[in-house]
Design a protein around this ligand. Structure first.
Ligand SMILES: Cc1ncc(COP(=O)(O)O)c(C=O)c1O
Length: 339
């Protein structure tokens, strides 16, 4: 079991900060800092996946799909594993996470600290091997396992539609004109896009982005552009008004630029969400540095690409996601010299 308290009441209503991305237009750019979900947990707090871990477990318990004595199992390389492990262990379930053996150090530690069992699969076999191993384990004794399955579970986009979209609408006083998010399962862009369309109609543009290279290093995003790649059921591309492709080096450059931009200046808090400003200030930075995860850098690169294509007007209000904080990635070249 975990040796720290997982406080589910900290999930949802994350802070919105205003960022200067040095754009040619005067559009206002806001970003939602998702590590304030479970911010008190070690290894960089929680992430955007805390939302769906809660949404999928709540849904399964309500439907009676998940009952005491059942083991929660999920194949994942990242944040969903740590958040499902934290929440399900805290609710008293045994948890097994099937991971590739090259998963980021901070994420492996978070799963381990939550008290979950980890089954490692050789990363050279590809990610499908991780899913296949999980399916083999379940097939041995199907009644003993519950798999949330973030790639197929409607509670993944559904949670974003119910929470992320109204939070963004409220924190921008109903003025958001562009929502920009990357696709892994596609749950964020699909659910938030649907929710914002309900609230804003045609006044909001939904911009999705994906990695431009198959061998990318943007954590959490899925390459889908060419070839025979599994397309998640949770990713409904009909929600998108536009799709962009982001190279890893641009994502990393943008993340570094944000660190430098806010090295000496505080990050303006547009809306603290359900937190007090002091807590937001304390957890925005790691050792005084504003370091974001790799997919957050990709989000900044996507917003900059929109601006470069003259798709932003001076009175536009853009929102993108800071999916997690950079300390989970302390062992990658992007942040190893700073953390
Ligand atoms: C850090 C990070 N960013 C972005 C995403 C993509 O979000 P989604 O799966 O909702 O498309 C993920 C998903 O794993 C992630 O872990």
């Amino acid at each position: 079991m975990s040796d720290y308290v997982v406080d589910e009441s900290t999930i949802f209503e994350t802070p919105l900060v205003e960022l200067d991305l040095d754009l040619a237009s005067d559009a206002t750019v806001f970003a939602k800092a998702e590590w304030f979900n479970l911010y008190a947990a070690p290894h960089g707090g929680g992430s955007i996946k805390s939302r769906i871990a809660k949404g999928m477990l709540d849904g399964a318990e309500e439907r009676g799909d998940l009952e005491p004595g059942v083991t929660v199992i999920e194949p994942t390389s990242g944040n969903t594993g740590s958040e499902v492990a934290r929440l399900a262990s805290d609710r008293g379930y045994d948890v097994e996470i099937v991971m590739p053996d090259n998963a980021a150090g901070g994420k492996v530690e978070a799963v381990r600290d939550a008290g979950a069992e980890i089954e490692f699969v050789d990363a050279d076999l590809g990610y499908d091997a991780v899913i296949e191993r999980c399916e083999e384990i379940i097939a041995e004794d199907p009644a003993s396992y519950y798999r949330p399955n973030q790639y197929e579970n409607p509670d993944n986009p559904g949670t974003h539609q119910r929470t992320t979209a109204p939070e963004i609408h409220g924190a921008t006083d109903g003025e958001v004109t562009h929502f920009v998010a990357g696709a892994g399962t596609g749950g964020t862009i699909t659910g938030t896009g649907r929710g914002l369309a309900e609230l804003r109609g045609d006044d909001v543009e939904i911009i999705g982005f994906e990695p431009s290279e198959p061998l990318h290093a943007i954590d959490g995003l899925k390459y889908l552009r060419t070839g025979d790649h599994y397309h998640p059921e949770t990713y409904d591309e009909s929600v998108l008004d536009q799709k962009l492709y982001v190279p890893t080096d641009e994502a990393y450059d943008r993340a570094r630029t944000l660190r430098e931009r806010y090295a000496d200046e505080s990050v303006p808090i547009a809306d603290p969400g359900k937190h007090d400003e002091k807590t937001v200030r304390e957890h925005l930075r790691v050792d005084g540095q504003f370091v974001v995860g790799t997919s957050a850098g990709a989000g900044a690169a996507a917003v900059a690409a929109l601006d470069e294509a003259d798709d932003l007007a001076d009175d536009d209000v853009v929102v993108f996601m800071l999916c997690d904080r950079g300390d989970k990635y302390a062992d990658i070249p992007l942040w190893e010299e700073y953390l």
